[in-house]
Write a protein that binds this ligand. Structure first.
Ligand code: FES
Length: 163
């Protein structure tokens, strides 16, 4: 826009108004961007809530047995995490000297659990879920027990077998 002065008269040199079609297409484009942003925001809120409510399904480990430790590796009231196929597993030697083995993948949202020797429980640090030494969910959000494995002591090896 230009302001033209010729003598006493002042005139505005206004460019011709843009067509409605250009304004309309800009509005549509802006609405699409806003709509997409709102949908993306809703998705980012809803997806974690759904994953929290519907925990992931356990998948096949692909391996049926593994040597988890040597016979003298674990002292009573201790544990170790070992790899069982593609997933972590937990081998516990109880205070009485028995062995227990189970999946170390929390049944809530798949964090790796750990053995707490001070309270003799299995604990998931992600949301403070607890399991007993048989893998039964005791408190917190875990919806079901940890998958249990059999333990065989063969010579110097502690073998864990999926049943
Ligand atoms: S992942 Fe939530 S309690 Fe383990």
């Amino acid at each position: 826009m230009q302001i033209m002065t010729t003598g006493d008269a002042v005139s505005l040199d206004v460019p011709p108004p843009e067509t409605h079609a250009v304004d309309s297409s800009r509005r549509k484009l802006l609405k699409r961007f806003l709509g997409g942003g709102i949908l993306a925001s809703l998705g980012s809120f809803i997806y974690p809530v759904l994953r929290y409510i519907v925990p992931p399904v356990e998948t096949n480990l692909g391996v049926d047995s593994v040597v988890a430790a040597s016979a003298n590796e674990l002292k009573p009231n201790s544990a170790k995490i070992f790899r069982f196929g593609s997933r972590p597993a937990l081998l516990i030697r109880t205070a009485e000297g028995d062995y227990r083995a189970m999946s170390a993948t929390c049944t809530h949202l798949s964090c790796t659990v750990q053995y707490r020797k001070d309270v003799r429980q299995i604990w998931c640090a992600c949301h403070n879920g607890t399991y007993d030494l048989n893998g039964r969910n005791m408190s917190g959000p875990p919806p079901r027990p940890l998958e249990q494995y059999q333990v065989h002591v063969q010579g110097d090896e502690i073998q864990v077998i999926r049943t």
